[in-house]
Ligand binder design. Structure first.
Ligand code: ITT
Length: 193
């Protein structure tokens, strides 16, 4: 199965979460397939489908993808599907995070609710896309904490700790991506039939 992602943080998590399946999972780089993928959908599900279908079409192999993002209630769900592109695609995360915290400067603690959502799309040999979606509820903190994870993890808190303060296993047990990938893993025997 080729994982249609260029994001190394996602790739690391996916390998860990799906390790028990015993399935060889290749990154696009390892598979030698790095086409341009135009993520012009308006939902996580649409974008995940675009990514997995593109890689499936280019390689003829089974493909899986993740489209995910951070939805902040005080910002009416932004940055959402634009999480990677927020403040510019190539802007480093410390800057994206500073801009997000600035947008929330007047938000009271109870107004800082947010969730990460992940849509996982699997496309097997029959070329049919299958979607699995899950979320993880949390709050946006006031400062960065922790060194682990990637992206917005240092400001996304579940209880007292940010995602970046959790070990890989702790994050996977509760994260949007962990939940969605476990839904996929449960369904996989059916999908491979
Ligand atoms: P691919 O499309 O190549 O998979 P991407 O990083 O562009 O990589 P998305 O379009 O799905 O992926 O954007 C997801 C963004 O949402 C990601 O870049 C992070 O900014 C954020 N994000 C998603 N899951 C996250 C997580 O577990 N921790 C922190 N940030 C996350």
């Amino acid at each position: 199965i080729i994982f249609a992602t260029g994001n190394e943080g996602k790739m690391r998590e996916i390998r860990l979460i799906l390790a028990d399946l015993g399935l060889p999972i290749l990154s696009m780089k390892e598979a030698g397939a790095e086409p341009e993928i135009v993520e012009n959908g308006s939902t996580f599900g649409e974008n995940a489908t675009i990514k997995a279908m593109t890689i499936h079409k280019v390689t003829g192999k089974s493909a899986i993808s993740d489209d995910s993002g951070l939805c902040v209630d005080y910002l009416d769900g932004r940055p959402g599907v634009y999480s990677a592109r927020y403040q510019g695609e190539d802007t480093p995360y410390p800057e994206k995070i500073a801009a997000l915290l600035a947008e929330l400067k007047d938000a009271a603690p109870e107004e800082r609710t947010a969730r990460f959502t992940s849509a996982i799309c699997f496309v097997g040999e029959d070329s049919t896309p299958h979607l699995f979606e899950a979320s993880c509820e949390g709050t946006i903190g006031y400062e960065c904490r922790g060194e682990n994870g990637f992206g917005y993890d240092p400001i996304f808190y579940v209880g007292e700790r940010s995602f970046a303060q959790l070990s890989g296993e702790e994050k996977d047990a509760m994260s949007h991506r962990g939940k969605a990938l476990r839904l996929f893993a449960e369904e996989l025997p059916q999908l491979l039939k």
